[in-house]
Design a protein around this ligand. Structure first.
Ligand SMILES: Cc1ncc(COP(=O)(O)O)c(C=O)c1O
Length: 381
């Protein structure tokens, strides 16, 4: 088995393409003809499967150390399809610091459909144990979480889940398989917004579910072909192209993020930096065990709402935009973007206030990025 940076470029699970083509051809076909009545071709209809998508799914499964992966048109499409696995019955324990769209799905779509959710701080294992019920079907965590960068111990939660007969589902969007492989730590299903680090260029949406058990894979493929939110062939091509540079992008993004986090920490306008690479981060010891790098994400709490607004107004390299993980550095105002739908009281309890900004560090020069933040912070009114 090759190392992950080699796997990003050469997936051993992708068959050689025709004519020795190094890239997987874009099979832009909705349907596939069969040679005869009893001679079915390998593919039949692109909602079920498509050769370009199959190559991408093989690559993702290999990177995550899974048996199978399914590619969806967005991360939310993947999560919505995933919820069908529970057939509207049972109980799920979920982290309380999740991406706002995931919270919206769980609260406003899956709950009215019949699932029961308990949201809790999953960094505290006792919180999870105390919430287990006779019909707990899954524990759902994001680690690090979005946007306050809480770290949950995947192996420990997997043990709790399995003892209770539940599945552990981990959203691995923030670190990607380059830095963290939850299936190897005991998780049963990995979720991705492939829009982020996997795609890496802010040019397409995508989502993935990665499974390690045949039974779960069969069930999810059944739901995937029924829901039909599959990733289009051209977007599969973009994802595959993005993944080839995942390793070098993430190394640069992580190195840049460490420099920016350290610099921000020295600034008088910055009250707190949320970054998992700080030795005093509560999850630091767990991160050292369960991931091989600290990623390119950080958040910060500023001294005043005006400082947050000044940064958003004055930055030139950083773009004020939702999303994360791409080559361009972005700043997000979670309160009015990614987490706008989270009830105010809950948002404030987690520190997501009008002084809180999230940064997705790109691959630009770190000194230029720091200079951009400095000039924005020091800009006179
Ligand atoms: C951690 C996380 N999971 C899932 C999603 C949803 O993904 P998508 O926007 O591709 O639907 C996002 C989107 O920001 C996210 O940040």
């Amino acid at each position: 088995m090759y190392q992950i940076d080699t796997q990003c470029v050469h997936s051993s699970r992708c068959p050689k393409a025709a004519y020795g083509s190094l890239t997987t051809p874009i099979f832009q076909s909705a349907t596939f003809a069969h040679e005869g009545l009893d001679i079915a071709s390998e593919y039949s209809y692109s909602r079920l499967q498509n050769p370009t998508r199959a190559a991408l799914e093989n690559r993702i499964a290999e990177l995550e150390g899974g048996l199978d992966a399914i590619a969806f048109s967005s991360g939310m499409a993947a999560e919505t399809t995933l919820m069908n696995l529970f057939e509207s019955q049972g109980h799920i324990i979920a982290g309380d610091d999740l991406y706002g769209g995931t919270l919206r799905l769980f609260r406003h779509i899956s709950t009215p459909a019949g699932l029961r959710f308990d949201f809790t701080d999953t960094t505290v294992l006792e919180n999870i144990r105390n919430r287990l019920q006779h019909d707990t079907k899954a524990i759902y965590v994001e680690t690090p979480s979005n946007p306050t960068m809480q770290v949950t111990d995947i192996a420990a939660v997997a043990e709790i889940a399995h003892t209770a007969g539940a599945l552990l589902i981990v959203d691995n969007t923030f670190l990607s398989p380059f830095f963290q492989r939850p299936l190897e730590l005991g998780a049963d299903i990995v979720v991705h917004s492939g829009t982020k680090y996997l795609g890496g260029h802010n040019d397409t949406l995508s989502g993935f579910l990665v499974m390690k058990e045949q039974r779960i894979s069969d069930q999810l493929r059944y739901h995937a072909k029924t829901v039909g939110a599959c990733l289009a062939p051209f977007d599969c091509f973009l994802l595959e192209r993005g993944i080839k540079t995942l390793a070098i992008r993430l190394e640069k993004q992580a190195a840049n993020a460490a420099k920016i986090a350290n610099w921000l920490q020295q600034r008088p306008e910055v009250r707190k930096v949320y970054y998992i690479g700080f030795p005093d981060h509560p999850g630091y010891a767990i991160s050292q065990r369960q991931c091989s790098g600290f990623g390119g994400m950080l958040s910060m709490e500023l001294d005043a709402p005006e400082t947050a607004r000044r940064i958003l107004r004055e930055v030139k390299l950083f773009q004020y935009a939702e999303s994360l993980g791409g080559v361009d550095s972005l700043i997000t105002y979670p309160m009015c973007q990614t987490h706008a739908d989270v009830p105010e009281e809950e948002r404030l309890k987690r520190g997501i206030n009008d002084r809180f900004l999230r940064i997705s560090v790109g691959i630009e020069n770190a000194a230029d990025l720091i200079e951009d933040l400095r000039q924005a912070l020091e800009k006179k009114q």
